[in-house]
Write a protein that binds this ligand. Structure first.
Ligand code: GDP
Length: 461
C-alpha cells in the first residue's frame, strides 16, 4: 500500500549541531525537492543513490543554505517510496526553515514513526524489525545495540518463522485427524504428536526463560550498594565510577538521597545506586532518603552489601542485609586497611547460597576497589543467565507478551495431547500459538496495534 501524500520531518535531533538531515518521502518527494534546489543536476534528473551539491532555496527563490541532497528512488529506499534527504547546516533556524519551505511546497509534516510505518506497510521491514529500529535509537549499551541490530537484521523474525513452520506441520497432522481420522499413518501416533508438540513448546519455553536476563543485558543491570551508614558506600561508588559523584562525609548519614551511576561491564550497563545509610534515629529528610533506598534495594538485580572489615557485624548491618533479602549478593568488606590482619573476618549476615562473591576493599586507596569491580564482573552471568549472548533478543514488551501467549497455547496443546483430548481442541490451541507468533512480526495485527507501536517512535524516524 503506497501512501499518496509526501511527508517531511527533521531526521536528526534539533539543536546545535554541525549538520542536520531533513527527510522527505512520498510520490512527490523528488518533484518538491527539485523545485527548491539549484545545482548542476536537478533531483528530477538524478539516478537513485546519488548525492547532489547545491543551494536549497527559500520561498522567494533566494538561497537558504548550501546542502547535500541524496536521492533514493522507489522501491530502493528506507520507506520503499521516493526519498530525498537534505543535509544542511545544523542548528535551530536552518532546519526549521527547510521543513517549513517544504511544507509550503506541498509536503505534510510527518507523524512520529511515520517513515518506519511506511517502510513496514511497504514490506521493507516486518513489525519486529520496525520495533528494533526504536530499540536501536534507545540503546545505551553495546549489548542493547547488538540485540537491536540482530533483530533489525531479522534474527528474531527468522526464529519466529522457524518455530512457525514446525507448528504448521504439526497443525496439519492434527487437522488430518479431524478430517480423515481413518487415513492417518500409524507411524505418527498420538504419542509422537505429543512429543513433537513438547519439543516445540520446549524451545519456546527456553526462549521465554531467557527474556529477563536478555532484558537486563539490554536495559542495564540494577545494582544497589547497601550497608549501614559510614561503612564506605559512597566512597566505593566514587572509586568504581572514577570520580567524586557521591558526597563523602565523616558524619554518618550524609547520603540523603539515592545517587545512581553507570559503569559498563563487557558491553552491559551496570546501574549502581548508592543508598542512604540505614541508620537508627535518622532525621526526617534522611528518612525520605531511607525510603528511597529501600525501594532501590528492593528493586535491584544485584546487591552489593558493604560491611566494615575493621569493625564487627552488628544489628545495623543485619538490617541492611535484610533489605535485599532474596537478591544475589556481592559482599564487600571495606576499610580493609584499618583491620588488624590477624583479626578473623566475621561471617557476612546473609545466607551463603546468595553470596556470589566476597571481597575486601579499601575504597579510599587508588585501585582499592579493583577487587569489587572483578567481583561485579564475575557476578554478571548469575544476573543475566548463563546463556546470555546466545538468546534471540526480543526488543519490546509487546513481543515478549506474545511469546508468552504462544507458550501458554503450546502448553495447553501439549497437555491436551497427553490427555487424549479431542483433536479439534488441540487444533484451536496450536492455531492460537501461530496467531501469537505471527503477531510478533506483524502478521494479522490490526491497525490499532501498529499505530501504538509507531506512536512510540520519535518524529523523523
Ligand atoms: P557511607 O556512609 O557508607 O556512604 O560511607 P562514606 O563513603 O561516606 O565513608 C565514610 C567515611 O569512611 C569517610 O570518612 C571515608 O573517607 C571513610 N572510608 C571509606 N572507605 C574507607 C576505607 O576503605 N578505608 C578507610 N581508612 N576509610 C574509609
Amino acid at each position: 500500500m503506497l501512501a499518496n501524500d509526501t511527508i517531511v520531518a527533521l531526521a536528526t535531533a534539533p539543536g546545535e549541531s554541525a549538520i542536520a538531515v531533513t527527510r522527505l518521502s512520498g510520490p512527490d518527494a523528488i518533484a518538491i525537492a527539485s523545485k527548491l534546489f539549484r545545482g548542476r543536476l536537478s533531483p528530477a534528473d538524478s539516478a537513485s543513490h546519488r548525492i547532489l551539491f547545491g543551494s536549497f532555496l527559500g520561498d522567494d527563490g533566494s538561497p537558504l543554505d548550501s546542502v547535500l541532497l541524496s536521492v533514493f528512488r522507489s522501491p530502493r529506499s528506507y520507506t520503499g517510496e521516493d526519498v530525498v534527504e537534505i543535509s544542511s547546516h545544523g542548528g535551530t533556524a536552518i532546519p526549521r526553515a527547510i521543513v517549513d519551505v517544504l511544507v509550503r511546497a506541498g509536503a505534510r509534516a510527518a507523524r512520529p514513526g511515520e517513515f518506519t510505518e511506511r517502510a513496514f506497510r511497504n514490506g521493507k521491514l516486518d513489525l519486529a524489525q520496525a520495533e528494533s529500529v526504536a530499540a536501536l535509537i534507545r540503546a545505551r549499551s553495546e549489548r542493547s545495540l547488538r540485540a537491536a541490530m540482530g533483530a533489525l537484521g531479522g534474527s528474531l523474525s527468522r526464529r519466529v518463522a522457524a518455530v512457525d513452520s514446525e507448528l504448521v506441520e504439526l497443525l496439519a497432522e492434527v487437522e488430518a485427524r479431524i478430517d480423515f481420522p481413518a487415513d492417518v499413518s500409524e507411524a505418527l501416533n498420538g504419542v509422537e504428536l505429543g512429543r513433537r508438540c513438547s519439543r516445540i513448546a520446549g524451545s519456546v519455553r527456553e526462549w521465554v526463560e531467557r527474556i529477563p536476563g536478555a532484558r537486563r543485558a539490554q536495559e542495564g543491570v540494577r545494582a544497589a550498594l547497601v550497608g549501614r551508614a559510614n561503612v564506605g558506600k559512597s566512597s566505593l561508588l566514587n572509586a568504581l565510577v572514577g570520580y567524586d559523584r557521591a558526597i563523602v562525609d565523616v558524619d554518618p548519614g550524609t547520603t540523603r538521597d539515592t545517587v545512581e551511576e553507570s559503569i559498563w561491564i563487557e558491553g552491559v550497563e551496570l546501574r549502581i545506586a548508592d543508598t542512604a545509610g540505614l541508620r537508627a534515629g535518622a532525621d526526617r529528610v534522611e528518612g525520605l532518603g531511607v525510603a528511597r533506598s529501600a525501594r532501590a534495594a528492593r528493586d535491584c538485580d544485584l546487591a552489593v552489601l558493604v560491611l566494615d572489615r575493621s569493625d564487627g557485624v552488628g544489628d545495623a548491618d543485619r538490617e541492611a542485609a535484610s533489605w535485599v533479602e532474596d537478591r544475589p549478593v556481592v559482599v564487600a568488606w571495606n576499610k580493609a586497611d584499618l583491620s588488624a590482619g590477624s583479626v578473623p573476618r566475621p561471617r557476612a549476615p546473609v545466607s551463603g547460597a546468595r553470596i556470589v562473591e566476597e571481597v575486601e576493599t579499601v575504597a579510599v586507596r587508588p585501585g582499592g576497589a579493583e577487587s569489587l569491580l572483578g567481583a561485579l564482573r564475575s557476578a554478571m552471568p548469575r544476573v543475566l543467565g548463563e546463556h546470555v549472548g546466545e538468546e534471540i533478543a526480543t526488543t519490546s514488551v509487546r513481543q515478549e507478551g506474545l511469546l508468552m501467549e504462544a507458550l501458554a497455547a503450546l502448553e495447553r496443546a501439549e497437555a491436551g495431547l497427553g490427555a487424549d483430548q479431542s483433536y479439534d481442541l488441540i487444533a484451536v490451541d496450536l492455531a492460537d500459538a501461530r496467531r501469537a507468533l505471527g503477531e510478533i512480526v506483524g502478521r494479522g495485527v490490526d491497525d490499532d496495534v501498529t499505530a501504538a507501536v509507531f506512536a512510540r517512535f520519535c518524529i523523523g524516524k
